[in-house]
Design a protein around this ligand. Structure first.
Ligand SMILES: NC(=O)c1ccc[n+]([C@@H]2O[C@H](COP(=O)([O-])OP(=O)(O)OC[C@H]3O[C@@H](n4cnc5c(N)ncnc54)[C@H](O)[C@@H]3O)[C@@H](O)[C@H]2O)c1
Length: 325
């Protein structure tokens, strides 16, 4: 797969990671990038800079990427080489609509796979999640770690990954699975269904106390979003055998309590930190084994957590000061 002059469809491309991927594809010379996003959490402003800079090389379909007929029509019109399947409804949504959250992850993958099997495009880069592993049984966690999903969101992601593998075995489809760990950075949602870093930063900026859920000893592997996108693009053009999955993470384990204290320090917040009960089905430990990715493309992490947090906090602060948060 070549990026320069290539044609791409990005499902969920108006979201957090997806919009950075769109920027990177266009910056590297893609001839056409079509986003299919339902705007469940996606935002026009995430694509505003790319739309202004690249004009008709970017096209946005406001629609449901799990709809087979719609996606068939999009592929007829766009004739892409590759689909990046980034769309999802956030993990936190699965507590509101557990079956719906599972279904959406499965149906998005099945739609991409059915169209791949029928030859409507050439290659699928399916974006999975470290959540499929559940709590670490071994640290660090390699791609052979059992799939012990805790939430229905993760169960849907795991089922989608198994579907990708089975389509490759049954029909020889050109598909790969990228499995990112916890991403953070510019454009991450700070509202309903938001994640710990943007929520904590927004609370401090708006004069509210940050909080830690549970003991704070639970860990995650945080990776800066631009590093994930860069790794994803390098993996998409690597020798990863079809049907295989590959972790994208930093390889470092960070406690949530420690992370929140670091954010407080960077933001010069000296007030109280509230305590809340542990979230149900919360993963206890996560730390990526990134040897497979490193063997294919070298290190995934290029931005330290400290640097990434500084940049992220500065961005949210400027938005807050401009009345946009
Ligand atoms: N953010 C993370 O830390 C993280 C970690 C691991 C994996 N991932 C995966 O990366 C991908 C992108 O995650 P994100 O954090 O950018 O999420 P996000 O919520 O910001 O983006 C997802 C996008 O999908 C869109 N969407 C939802 N349902 C859709 C549908 N049926 N059709 C079309 N669009 C739809 C949303 O509107 C949103 O713009 C997801 O597949 C997610 O599982 C994210």
């Amino acid at each position: 797969m070549k990026i320069a002059d290539g044609r791409f469809v990005v499902t969920g491309g108006a979201g957090f990671i997806g919009s950075h991927l769109v920027d990177a594809l266009l910056a590297r010379g893609a001839a056409r990038v079509a986003v299919v996003d339902s705007f469940f959490l996606g935002k026009d402003e995430n694509l505003a800079a790319a739309a202004a800079k690249y004009g008709e090389r970017l096209h946005v379909y406001r629609d449901d990427a799990s709809d087979l007929l719609l996606m068939g029509a999009v592929l007829d019109a766009e004739k892409p080489d590759t689909i990046f399947n980034m769309a999802t409804k956030a993990l936190a949504y699965s507590f509101f609509n557990p079956a719906g959250a599972l279904n959406v992850n499965v149906n998005l993958a099945l739609t991409c796979l059915e169209l791949l099997r029928k030859g409507a495009y050439g290659r699928l880069v399916h974006v999975s999640s470290s959540e499929v592993y559940g709590t670490a049984q071994t640290v660090s966690m390699d791609e052979g770690h059992p799939l012990l999903a805790e939430t229905t969101y993760a169960a849907g992601k795991a089922a989608a990954d198994l579907a990708v593998r089975s389509y490759v075995r049954m029909f020889g489809c050109q598909a790969m699975i990228v499995r990112p760990f916890n991403n953070y950075g510019l454009r991450q949602n700070t509202e309903t269904y938001g994640a710990v870093i943007p929520l904590t930063v927004r609370r401090i900026l708006s004069g509210q106390r940050p909080f830690i859920e549970g003991t704070g000893e639970q860990t995650r592997d945080f990776i800066y979003v631009l590093d994930t996108v860069d790794a994803m693009l390098r993996l998409a053009t690597s020798d990863l055998p079809k049907g295989e999955e590959v972790n994208v993470g930093s390889g470092h384990e960070t406690t949530i309590g420690g992370l929140i204290e670091t954010i407080c320090k960077v933001m010069n917040y000296k007030g109280e930190i509230d305590r809340k009960p542990e979230r149900s089905a919360d993963v206890r430990r996560h730390c990526a084994n990134v040897k497979k990715a490193e063997g294919l493309i070298g290190p995934c992490e290029k931005t330290s957590l400290e640097q990434g947090l500084n940049d992220t906090i500065a961005w949210y602060r400027s938005r807050y000061e401009a009345g946009k948060l």
